[in-house]
Design a protein around this ligand. Structure first.
Ligand SMILES: [Zn+2]
Length: 455
């Protein structure tokens, strides 16, 4: 039982813009927020007076905010960071990402996942939706368990032999059996912090039969479905040529739509597709730095939100951004709409909300706001460190978080009230340079040697 009282911070509850409490407090019992502010202090004092165990954290001068939730990540790709810079999506997948993923083995996936999770924690991310690998997704869950974070992942499904590299292609029956095996081992594990999702890579990689089976199983067992959709113009054209339908319409047609579905990117859509997304409650995971680096386009976020579509944020995989940093994604998400449709369409509050409460809602988590009954996933930001000062020109904290802060301002990250990252403290989750170098050397060796199918 971990009883924790955090006192003195400026607390951003994220339930509404005015939910900001100077010199606030948060009381945590058994991983949940049980009281806030004056009530938290009163109950904390009672616990201490009764001789109960209570850890006190003096957070004076810091800002306390719900942990960031990233709804599209590829932990298996962290070791592929800093690959080629100037390729569009499909050539980039074929020349860098797919050969890299095909060369992964169990050990290198674990190093890749630890590196990604460490980076995410250090940037204040507490929960994420990941897309795993074809064969070694246990290693992602092991790393996730060790990190203490809230992670949903699943083996990536790529069953169409006509569109996938041989090394990464796995038939529908075998790959769905792998998802079921992972679900038995990991769904609900680590005190409920881990969950399994169905992760068809994108419509181009999957047969119609596989997508329909995924849709039916997810509707019966309640798992999330996580896939890419309408990221590039070329991808939309391929789906149209194969199915006669636009991408989001096709996915809806096979049953992949609804409040349990998170579609990454969703840049190139027509009005019919937007109406479908809104009507079904399907979530869009907006990944602005990935979209910019791969030249994919600009997701029409203000238009989506105006139509009632839930839009969340994700960094995507490390080789397409090349950092897993919620501050980068928030800043770009806020800046891009000022180019089109224009300034004033997406506020800093809107963006921080997308990165916290909206992301948590999309993943079905009791997190993303600071309210009693929610899980105690939160971050302490230090506005005096680095170069975010001064913040005195405005009353609200959201603009500084989006526009002037970066992950160097993250002083500490807590999940379930447990300290999982503390700036400057030893951080064994992060692999050493030797571990990273050895894993990358192995990837390069297996890529040049070929014959990766035996792994
Ligand atoms: Zn992706």
């Amino acid at each position: 039982m971990n009883n924790l009282l955090v006192e003195g911070a400026r607390v951003l509850g994220m339930t509404r813009p005015s939910d900001v409490t100077p010199d606030g407090a948060l009381l945590v019992e058994d991983g949940a927020i049980v009281a806030l502010h004056a009530e938290a202090r009163k109950r904390g004092a009672e616990t201490a007076a009764a001789g109960g165990k209570l850890e006190r954290v003096d957070a004076s001068g810091l800002w306390l905010i719900p942990g960031f939730v990233q709804t599209h990540i590829h932990l298996c790709q962290t070791l592929l960071r800093n690959g080629p810079d100037d390729l569009p999506l499909l050539p980039w997948l074929k020349t860098h990402v797919w050969p890299g993923e095909a060369a992964l083995d169990e050990a290198s996936v674990e190093v890749s996942a630890r590196l990604g999770l460490a980076e995410l924690l250090a940037g204040g991310t507490t929960a994420l939706l990941d897309m795993g690998t074809v064969r070694h997704t246990d290693a992602i869950f092991r790393a996730a368990e060790a990190s203490g974070m809230r992670v949903t992942s699943g083996n990536v499904l790529m069953d169409d032999a006509s569109t996938n590299p041989e090394d990464l292609c796995m038939g529908a029956a075998e790959s769905l059996a792998e998802t079921e095996r992972l679900a038995k081992r990991w769904h609900g594990a680590a005190g409920g912090r881990l969950a399994v999702a169905y992760c068809p890579r994108f419509a181009v990689s999957c047969t119609d039969g596989l997508l329909r089976t995924v849709a039916a199983r997810a509707r019966s067992n309640g798992f999330l479905v996580h896939t890419h959709a309408s990221e590039s113009v070329d991808e939309v054209a391929l789906v149209l040529a194969r199915t006669g339908k636009r991408n989001v319409t096709y996915l809806d047609d096979v049953g992949i739509s609804g409040t349990h579905v998170v579609l990454a990117h969703v840049i190139h859509t027509d009005q019919d597709e937007r109406a479908l997304l809104a009507a079904r409650g399907t979530t869009v995971a907006h990944c602005p730095s990935s979209n910019l680096k791969l030249g994919s386009g600009i997701c029409p976020v203000p238009e989506y939100r105006a139509q009632g579509i839930r839009v969340t944020l994700g960094a995507d995989g490390a080789p397409c951004n090349d950092r897993l940093d919620p501050f980068t994604e928030m800043r770009l998400a806020a800046l891009l709409p000022k180019v089109r449709p224009g300034a004033g369409m997406l506020s800093a509050w809107d963006v921080v909300r997308m990165a916290t409460a909206d992301g948590a809602a999309a993943l079905g988590l009791q997190a993303g706001t600071l309210e009693t009954g929610r899980r105690a996933d939160f971050v302490l930001l230090d506005p005096a460190s680095g170069f975010a000062a001064p913040t005195a020109w405005r009353d609200d904290p959201y603009g500084p978080i989006v526009y002037s802060m970066d992950r160097s301002h993250v002083a500490a990250t807590y999940v379930e009230g447990v300290l999982r990252y503390s700036r400057g403290a030893p951080f064994p989750l992060k692999p050493t340079a030797e571990e990273i170098n050895a894993a990358v050397a192995g990837l390069k060796r297996r890529q040049s040697g070929g014959d990766s199918r035996k792994r």
